[in-house]
Each structure stands twice: as C-alpha cells, then as structure tokens.
Design a binder for this molecule. Sequence first.
Ligand code: SF4
Length: 365
Amino acid sequence: MQKPVLFDTSRVQARAAQHKLQPFKVKQIFFELFKNQNISYEEMTTLSKDLRAELEQDFAPLSIEMEEMIEASDTTKFAFKTHDGYIIEAILMYHRQDEKYQVSGQKRKLNRITLCISSQVGCSMNCLFCVTGKLGLTRNLTRDEMISQILYANHYIKKRFGKKEDWTTWAVRNVVFMGMGEPLLNYDAVIKSIEVMLAQDKLSLGRRHVTISTCGIVAGIQKLIDDKVDVKLAVSLHAPNQTLRNQIMPIAKAFPLDMLMKTIDSYVKATDNRIFYEYIMIKGITDTPELAKELVELLRGRLAHVNLIPYNPHPSIDFLESESATIWKFKSILERGGITATVRDTMGRDAKGACGQLGYEKVMG
Ligand code: SF4
C-alpha cells in the first residue's frame, strides 16, 4: 500500500500526538521539505536520526518518482511516474533578466522560476492543436501528486544551482496549472493543492503567483466565484468567435463563447482580477488580421491581457506555426485596439516541453 506523504498535515500531526512529538518537531519536518528543499530523509539533518527512521516507516516524502528529465537552456522538463505507473510531466522555466543569462555559465541572472504542473494524467478535452489532448484522460491527479511536482522541482533547483541565501529566487515562486489536464475538471484536488501552495508554513506562494488555466469550463469558473478562490485565472480562448472555437476546441460546444464571457465577467466583478487570455497562433487558422480585430471587439472594455502563443509544430498534428511577422502584426492590431498583449517566448521547445507538447513521447511512441 502507498504510504501517506510527509506533508499531509493531519496525518503527521496525528502521528505526532500518538508519539508525543513536540509541535516544533512537526514544524521542523515541514521546514525541511518546503524551505530547505529536501526530499529524502538522508538530507533532513535538522531531524534526529531516530525520528527520521521512525518517519520513514510511515511516510514517503513525495508521492511520485522522477522517471526522466530533459535539460535545456531555458527549461527543464520532468517526466514523473505515479505510484500506479502513469507518466505525468512538469516544466521548469527560468526567466532571465538580461541577455547575459546562461544556465550553465557564470553570468547567469535569474529573475524568477516558474513551474508548469500537470493536474491530470492526459486530458479529455481534445483541443485539436494539443498533443496532450490526443492521450485522452486516464485519471485525475491527487493533491499530493501536484504538490510533489513542486517539491521535486525545488529540490532539483537546489541541486543544480546550490542552496542560496536568497532562497526564494532559487525556488519555484510561480506555479501555473498549464501542464497535462484541465484543472477545473479536477476541482477539489486542485483547490486543496492551492491551499498547500499558499500556506505560510508550506510553499508560501503569493496568490498572484498561482495561475489556474482553463479551456473554458464555465461550471468550474462559477465554482471559483462561489468559493471565493482568489488566484490568477488564465482562459485558453484561442479563437474570438464561436465558429472557429467549435472547430479547434470541442469543449466550445458545451460551453458557448457568450456563456463563457458572461461567466468570466462575473469572475472579474467578484475578484477584480485581470484575466489572461491564451491565444494560439496557428498559420492561416487563428492568425489573420480579421480575427485580431474580432478579438479586440470581444475584449473591448474587459479587464484583459492577451498572451499570443506561437504554435509548436508537431508531427502528429496537421497545423503550421504562424510567421513571426504575422504574430507581431496581430499583436499590434490588439494594441491599437487598446488590448495589452505579449508574445510568449518559445521556452521549452528544446526540452519538448513547450505549450501543447506535453505527452510528446507517448504520442510519438
Ligand atoms: S490544451 Fe489543455 S485543455 Fe486542451 S487538450 Fe491540451 S491539456 Fe487539455
């Protein structure tokens, strides 16, 4: 049977009470995992040897194992194995501050580290441009499997760069639910994982440093409003009208665009949060000037920012990436229309961890 994880507060506390462990020992355990970035008992040297041996019998530091890793200049892609043998993926992204930055050089200037995590094994949404969508859905991930991705990444950062005094820069400080899966279809576990991310004695991330990204699950957005979940929301829009959205995102038929936009408006009203709209740039499909103008009309007067995502070509998908000039023209039309926009850099391509490439080997295999 799978052991509970060492960051399961209620179980660790129950065990502490049973064994008359002082409360500060429990704090020390969490400190080792979350602040010292240690994920093996061997490394947790602030705990006594006896305590470590006892804990090891009952708890596992993480609930997933690292299966494979691909390191590239600006990213590291992890493939993790779950206890029941499934592969999930997470991508670390190192955001540079200036041109001198090099991961392996002496002059690296790290600004912040973001981790893109998976919330499901595969995905049932079947967006036409996405490799993960081709896998179908196997199962939801648990809270512990989501948190384990972050703890593993933090440990990796420490091993790769060394433990720094300014540890908050040298650890995951932004988490985005943009890996495999649709987070709002695994709502309860995602919300529980966010509680661990925000807790001061755990990952202590800021609310604005956690982003839920949805392809437009209206019922899930409504639940976020009802439950007053105040983190960043990104919406994978990818088309400014119902017809095109229907063509590239099957979920659009279940949650039509006007219904989606109305719910997003309610979310903005409830939280005063700006929405990040993800928009994929596919040659000749989503990238025309007419569509840019339509997007301006759709978002006019709304608290919005558009992320233009260059499509990552993949042999199993029959789409082409937009020309760079087309993307910049699209952006300028948005900006002339008063909509702020950025072009997402193509981080992760080297590691096959760029947006829409998760699950690569499986699809290729
Ligand atoms: S883009 Fe997101 S929601 Fe769509 S199939 Fe891929 S993982 Fe699922």
